[in-house]
Design a binder for this molecule. Sequence first.
Ligand code: GLN
Length: 301
Amino acid sequence: MDLAALLDRIADDVATDIGRGVVADYIPALARVEPGRFGMAVAEVDGAVHGVGDWERPFSVQSMSKVFTLALTLSRGDGVWARVGREPSGDPFNSLVQLEHEDGIPRNPFINAGALVVTDELARHGDAADALLAFLRQESGRQEITVDPEVAASEAGHADRNRALAYFMASYGNMRHPVPSVLDQYVRQCSIAMSCADVARSALFLARHGLRNDGSRLLGLSAAKRINAVMLTCGTYDAAGEFAYRVGLPGKSGVGGGILAIVPGRCAVCVWSPGLDARGNSVAGVAALDRFTTLTGWSIF
Ligand code: GLN
């Protein structure tokens, strides 16, 4: 498979989707991004990376960070599963409604409530955002990866919904650390800026059944398989069914316009285009991944 040529073809095929959708503006700094951007990178399990368009341009990873914090938490044991579920929520990523019915236990680790619990769990071992940055720098080989201070400040200034989620869970005894500290770590984790190439390279452990780029083991086979399973069922919020239907891969989106997808045993793919659909997933990103699995036959189904 000539992946470089394939990516060129996909960029052509989705040209009319680029710029469609709405750039997230509930975090004001995210609204500065140019909607016409598009990049896509594929990192193969042997380490080769191919890309097209803006594939080396950093953007705000937002909720794609939740895959990595979950992996780092699970690498230290699976206690987090007593505090967060593994079912699709069917609700928007920042919804409060289900938490009261289910006693402060979020449905899954990829909606905001669940990710706050994961960050709180990882914080037992030190600052969660710092641990995440160290991991991403190591896996991508790029020491320059860092938090975008403008996005972090903007997000921290507009965090009332996440603050409400965290305090609500605290009222059920499902927060170990003080809410302001967990929120600070969560905001910095979401505000990390990375390129498609960086994200794809950093996620290869999920394509390699738990093995990091240096050959050491981050996760056992089961844990890696389970993260992919939860990405498939919950990674694109209340559009996870549609994403499985169109793309057929474990995926995780972020409101910065990025989507990470895993082809187990083969590669990690990251696509970026800032225009979002009504559920917060990149319009051109989903279209590009749809073309990717159609042209390669590499869906998991
Ligand atoms: N930082 C964003 C938030 O907490 C992440 C949401 C997302 O990417 N879906 O609202």
